[in-house]
Design a protein around this ligand. Sequence first.
Ligand SMILES: [Zn+2]
Length: 99
Amino acid sequence: MKCERVVNAVITGTVGAGIQETERTMNCVVCKHRETRPGQVTVTLQRGDTTVILKQVPAEVCQNCGEYYLSDTVAGHVLSKAEAAVKSGAEVEILRFAA
Ligand SMILES: [Zn+2]
């Protein structure tokens, strides 16, 4: 992936220079050892009869198992978009995430 290489360069370039503050990496809770990297995922939510598919959601993605983690801010946006789709009564709503 194109963006992955950029992220690698950024991480190796800033090792030992306050990396904790700027590059907030975390360990995947599923496979424990692997770190996550910033990326984009497709989130699917189901509420009753409504299925909401949100594309291009920014997330931390595990490079090993593909598990993803959303920040509180992003998760909030995702939920409010999902609620709007449920209220509109759509059976399937495909949206693009925009912060
Ligand atoms: Zn993992």
